[in-house]
Design a protein around this ligand. Structure first.
Ligand SMILES: NC(=O)c1ccc[n+]([C@@H]2O[C@H](COP(=O)([O-])OP(=O)(O)OC[C@H]3O[C@@H](n4cnc5c(N)ncnc54)[C@H](OP(=O)(O)O)[C@@H]3O)[C@@H](O)[C@H]2O)c1
Length: 342
């Protein structure tokens, strides 16, 4: 590390999240002494553009982490499991976007606006939450602070970029095939996604919930520090390219009002209040693509829960749901004076 700049690796630099990491490091003027893009052997030798320069992608091997201060991992759970311990052994801090270590008691699961203090206990690996969880919590956390969260029901509307770069191509190809009156084929999803909804994200568990639904339950509890929070989720893939939306029904300990809920959302750094239904103003995934804050609106009293609120949030799964949250975690460490090293 040079004085105030860092040698940064990106594992999965050629993927959907990796490309956003590169763009956001540049947009945030992150203090870089070096940027080292890493991916599979298939991509080694390709180049990426960064600040007007071409940088060669290297294969992510254990040795590739030598000399790095921090590596953002965005390449899937098995890659993290194999390579994160190798990075840490070489002194490189890992900020991981996969689910590999999120529920490990020794690994902090961090949304910097909510639980930045948890970072201090890291042992070389910091996990970043699932994309629907981080977007949902940008609406839920300020309401929890205001009223005390007791119970929450999530229904998600998740974009195809949440699956990765291949899924974006699949939706585009199906759209083109439909227009050209050609047969529509699918490989990434078990069903056609164009003109469809798929109530199946990640694999099914023995309780009938999908992995994504279970992640929303367990990760929300860990991040909010509410191990007994009652949570249920139904996660749906929708034919939207970018940004996830979540319908939230939440019950609180204390009495709620729409006015107090709007005030709490408006005051929270991670959210933007867009709640003027009479003017047709509410968040949409298109409006919240490539936005750092998540949009919250449609706030109303829930008619089925005591002290309940119903609301809607849209936020960029590739940004707050992934790359941005990881970069904000590193930025928060710098701001708090926590060394950006393993
Ligand atoms: N997409 C989202 O909204 C989102 C949100 C939150 C978390 N995540 C998580 O972020 C991770 C990446 O997701 P993504 O959507 O960016 O996927 P993606 O578009 O499919 O990209 C995967 C990346 O991983 C790399 N990779 C694959 N095998 C590798 C290996 N053996 N060694 C090193 N790199 C390897 C790929 O490199 P090649 O190009 O060389 O194959 C590519 O750069 C996943 O863990 C995902 O669950 C994604």
């Amino acid at each position: 590390m040079s004085n105030n700049s860092y040698r940064v690796g990106i594992v999965g630099a050629t993927g959907a999240v990796g490309q956003e990491l590169i763009a956001l490091l540049q947009a945030h003027a992150f203090p870089l002494a070096e940027l080292r893009p890493l991916a599979s052997a298939r991509s080694a030798g390709k180049s990426i553009d960064f600040a007007g320069k071409k940088i060669t992608v290297q294969e992510a091997t254990p040795e590739a982490f030598t000399g790095l201060d921090v590596a953002f991992f965005a390449a899937g759970g098995s890659v993290t499991k194999a390579l994160a311990p190798e990075a840490v052994k070489r002194g490189c801090l890992v900020i991981d976007k996969s689910s590999a270590f999120r529920m490990d008691a020794k690994v902090p699961l961090v949304v910097p606006e909510i639980n930045a203090d948890a970072i201090r206990a890291h042992q070389g690996i910091i996990a970043s939450p699932n994309c629907s969880t981080s977007v949902a919590l940008m609406a839920l956390y300020p309401l929890h602070k205001a009223f005390g969260l007791k119970r929450v029901i999530f229904a998600t509307y998740q974009s195809v970029s949440g699956t990765g770069a291949d899924a974006v191509v699949e939706l585009e190809q199906q759209t083109q095939a439909y227009v050209a009156k050609q047969p529509l084929t699918h490989e990434v999803y078990p069903h056609q996604i164009f003109q469809n909804l798929i109530p199946h994200i990640d694999s099914f568990g023995p309780d009938g919930y999908t992995g994504e639904e279970t992640k929303m339950r367990l990760e929300s509890r860990k991040i909010l520090g509410l191990p007994d929070l009652k949570v249920t989720a139904t996660c749906i893939r929708v034919p939207v390219v970018r940004a996830h939306s979540i319908s939230i029904n939440a019950e609180f300990e204390r009495p709620v009002s729409v006015a107090a809920a709007r005030k709490a959302i408006a005051a929270f750094e991670g959210a933007e209040l867009v709640d003027e239904p009479e003017k047709k103003l509410y968040p949409t995934p298109l409006a919240y693509s490539r936005k750092e804050k998540c949009g919250v609106g449609r706030i109303r009293l829930d008619t089925a829960l005591d002290n309940g609120l119903a609301l809607w949030v849209s936020g960029d799964n590739l940004w707050k749901g992934a790359a941005l949250n990881a970069i904000q975690t590193a930025e928060k460490m710098i701001a708090l004076g926590i060394p950006l090293r393993a």
